[in-house]
Write a new protein. Structure first.
Length: 335
């Protein structure tokens, strides 16, 4: 594995650059040219991420900088994961989604999830020494834990243990307070251990930020849908959730509405439309919203819209608007 990682050079989601900016402003730190330069990027190099953390650490000399920064994490800093996770029902499902898409947020090393008796382990493979520091390790763990605390219906996610590869710090209490768990240093891997029963823990309702996103999506759709009825409102919400889960087939959606497929088709036929046309209407409106987030790549937007390939999304968008997604984004973000 280390041979495969020898020349590893990952990237991080652009929203994490915005997170560092928010932290720097909150602490009245100098905003460096390098930090300013990553603010509107979809992604930037992991090496730059490490350098930015070192720059900030040189100003604040924090005993646990990664933990401090993670306290400022908001859903908008997590991008595609934030949109997708709002449709999850349990911690197990949320972790599965995080595992599937973690590299879209933090491509700082291969993530592994393993069962160990009564516990499950979430860990990162060890990277070459020039790419990893205690700060990069702790912020990776802290962001994941903060992510879970945002979405999981438990006041304080209970961890069994937190492991770091770097030597022990004299500020152990800071780590214990953040993770609310035993901390071990000089371990073989960077790792979080959770009790197995937490996998069934229910997710919270979307937090206020995500609730606003969903309400705005719903309002946009309602304004653009003809002959809106209560069924249409429930249909659009079900399709929205189905797209996020990549499970939006008409059979599933009809069952969610307590209707037969034939009843749903007949309802749409009365409006001179079809189920596929309604899905495409919703995709079109969502695409316009997602494209206004400069940090979301076209690949990530294709995922959010449940396209199997980015090229399929691009073809569909060109049919809708007469422009490619890149042209549309450039036109609207420059206004």
């Amino acid at each position: 594995m280390m041979l495969q990682l020898k020349d590893y050079s990952g990237t991080v989601y652009g929203g994490l650059g915005q997170l560092l900016y928010v932290y720097a402003q909150a602490k009245n730190l100098e905003i460096s040219e390098k930090l300013q330069s990553v603010q509107n990027l979809e992604r930037f190099e992991f090496q730059v991420w490490r350098e930015l953390l070192d720059e900030i650490n040189a100003q604040v000399h924090s005993p646990a900088l990664g933990l401090e920064i993670a306290e400022y994490v908001q859903p908008k800093h997590l991008g595609v994961i934030a949109y997708i996770t709002q449709s999850c029902d349990t911690l197990g499902e949320a972790l599965t989604r995080y595992y599937d898409f973690h590299r879209l947020i933090y491509d700082g090393g291969p993530l592994k999830v393993e069962m160990k008796g009564d516990f499950f382990s979430v860990r990162w493979e060890v990277l070459p020494v020039q790419l990893t520091t205690q700060i990069t390790d702790e912020i990776a763990l802290a962001i994941l834990v903060k992510f879970l605390r945002i979405y999981i219906q438990i006041e304080y996610i209970q961890l069994e243990c937190v492991n770091f590869i770097h030597p022990a710090t004299k500020h152990l209490r800071v780590y214990q307070d953040f993770f609310n768990a035993p901390i071990k240093f000089s371990q073989p891997r960077v790792e979080l251990l959770f009790p197995l029963q937490l996998l069934s823990a229910p997710c919270k309702n979307p937090d206020s930020t995500l609730q606003q996103i969903m309400l705005q999506q719903a309002q946009n759709l309602l304004e653009n849908l003809p002959n809106t009825t209560q069924i249409d409102e429930r249909l659009q919400q079900s399709i929205l959730t189905g797209l996020q889960k990549n499970n939006y087939q008409i059979e599933t959606i009809a069952a969610n509405l307590h209707m037969s497929v034939r009843q749903l088709q007949r309802h749409l036929q009365q409006q001179n439309t079809t189920y596929q046309e309604r899905v495409q209407e919703i995709r079109q409106l969502l695409a316009a919203q997602y494209l206004q987030d400069p940090h979301l790549s076209l690949h990530e937007i294709a995922i959010l819209l449940s396209y199997s390939e980015q090229s399929a999304f691009q073809r569909a968008f060109k049919l809708w608007s007469g422009l490619t997604p890149h042209q549309w984004r450039k036109l609207h973000l420059e206004k």
